[in-house]
Design a protein around this ligand. Sequence first.
Ligand code: SF4
Length: 268
Amino acid sequence: MPGKSKGGAKEKVKRHVSPRAPAGRKAATAPTRAGKSSKLKLPRETADRRAARALRILARLRECYPDATTALHHRSPYELLVATILSAQCTDERVNMVTPNLFRRYPDARALAEADPAELEAAIRSTGFFRNKTKSLLGMACMVRDEFSDGIPQTMDELLRLPGVARKTANCVLGTWYGKNEGIVVDTHVGRVTMRLKLALSARTDKDAERIERDLMEIFPRETWTWLAHALIEHGRKVCIARKPKCELCPLAPDCPSAFTFGNAKSE
Ligand code: SF4
């Protein structure tokens, strides 16, 4: 099962040379930092053209990040669920520093349910929002112990009943551990990258995770959903970074309406 993400993908991101804007595209009027409220003036794209563009993007992501998966270290659905809850507002690297000790002390949901709240707070303090996360972890562990016979639920409806678990976390556990493509993880990277790619048309900002997920589910084949989210996260971390995306290195540039609109110039 998936564990730490493979490091080879970065090397596979090839330098892209001088992508040409599609015929008829007008110049961008204002670069955006995170795809929040793009003012790009683009010709209207038909649904068919957008679908075809999405498939080309999918193919390029497949070439660049064939083994994309979560960077959160885990060996069981319990560990993945705990790590994903801890990853809210925190880097995966920081979570990976905390979880080895945490999983030694609380190896399963039953042990976690009986944890002393103050000790648990201290153990996860460096991940931020530790009081709320402690409540979520204890609530989740108690419900798993009392209502799911110590097993991590395998359906969206059941996972969403657990304290601290919303669709992003449920999608991650269902897709990454159980291999069920129930939805698409939309985190800060997926939101930003897909808004820049103009693939989530009903969302107004990159924070509108619900609409972004719905739009992506309509346009991408279901069997790709889990991998796609991990690939977009990796792309967002390595290339389409928040402050200044590396469009000159981006293999998606020919199909990205936002390419080179951030004050970065094309290679000649
Ligand atoms: Fe992001 Fe690539 Fe588009 Fe640049 S070309 S905005 S790096 S997806």
